[in-house]
Design a protein around this ligand. Structure first.
Ligand code: RIB
Length: 320
């Protein structure tokens, strides 16, 4: 019935990456490694991750008519992503300036460029793509009104997945469509309206992810996934809350691992898996991704995920 397992509507950036011993403070200069330029952007990353796993994937995005745009299109096509929905022009391709420290952690500044011109009209023009997609996934490096238009254009029966990164407070219309809403701890706090006024947090001052999950669900999403780094991921809907353990690996570069996690989760959900099982698979995909440098270049095939050795660990139901 559907031509695509996953349609990603989102950003495409050229990632300009420098390895550093430590990040500079205000007014400080540090020396880093040689510059690497990789295809990135949260939307483009998700599309490549899903396609590499075997999902029939399409991307709706906007790049500039420039060398970075061509780098991104080449990466999508060689992963097998349908790029008929990628618009070109209007502004330079988005760029992300990324520093990676020896622990593999990164800091990122994004210049949205063409991503900021991906408009509600672009989404309306892509109506056949939305109608042909079992799952539609977005992030927030594109305008919020464009994401709203995606929600309005969803085909009956298709599933909407959102990673609100970088986070903002979300309108009720978007929240109600999420199944799931996927957040890390920082994103959870911002979505809950806690960033500047912790006392306004519906989860109170709680450090308990299960409390955040309940508070997030109260905002309207049908399900929630909170990624907790080494502690794993908490998945919750109106019936159960389950902690899915992380997969222990030696991290080289965490850039894009969250995008690979989201893409894998979205694909497995579309294939009919339960949320906890899909999140456990997605954790394995993210784990492989952090063992290699770069974003898209680090994403595994399904065979590489299957051969990952991660010891014995199983999901635990936290509450019903
Ligand atoms: O999530 C990682 C991505 O964030 C990078 O590829 C960078 O482009 C930024 O969008």
């Amino acid at each position: 019935m559907y031509d695509y397992d996953l349609l990603v509507v989102g950003s495409a950036n050229a990632d300009l990456v420098i390895g550093v011993e430590r990040r500079p403070g205000p007014g400080e200069t540090v020396l880093g490694s040689d510059l690497s330029v990789h295809p990135g952007g949260k939307g483009a990353n998700q599309a490549v991750a899903a396609a590499r796993l075997g999902a029939r994937t399409a991307l709706l995005a906007r790049v500039g008519d420039d060398a970075h745009g061509r780098l991104l299109l080449d990466s999508q096509r060689s992963a097998g992503v349908d790029t008929a929905g990628v618009r070109s022009g209007g502004a330079p391709t988005g760029v992300a300036l990324i520093t990676v420290d020896p622990s593999g952690d990164n800091s990122i500044v994004v210049s949205p460029g063409a991503n900021a011109r991906l408009s509600p009209e672009d989404v309306r023009d892509a109506a056949p793509l939305l109608a042909a997609s079992r799952v539609v996934s977005t992030q927030l490096e594109i305008p919020l009104e464009t994401v709203t238009e995606v929600v309005r254009g969803l085909a009956p029966g298709s599933r909407f997945v959102l990673n609100p990164s970088p986070p903002v407070e979300l309108p009720a219309e978007i929240l109600a469509a999420c199944d799931p809403l996927i957040v890390n701890e920082h994103e959870a706090r911002v979505v809950l309206g806690a960033a500047e006024a912790p006392s306004a947090d519906p989860a109170g001052d709680s450090d308990e992810p299960a409390d955040w999950a309940r508070a997030l669900l109260a905002l309207g999403p049908r399900s929630v996934v909170i990624t907790l780094g080494e502690r794993g991921a908490l998945v919750a809907d109106d019936r159960t809350t389950t902690l899915v353990p992380s997969v222990r690996v030696r991290a080289v570069d965490t850039t894009g691992a969250g995008d690979a996690f989201t893409a894998a989760l979205a694909w497995r959900l579309g294939a009919g898996e339960e949320l906890a099982a899909a999140a456990a698979y997605a954790a394995r995909v993210g784990a492989v991704a952090v063992t290699r440098a770069g974003a898209q270049v680090s994403f595994p095939t399904a065979a590489e995920v299957a051969s990952l050795h991660d010891g014995e660990s199983s999901a635990q139901e936290v509450s019903r």
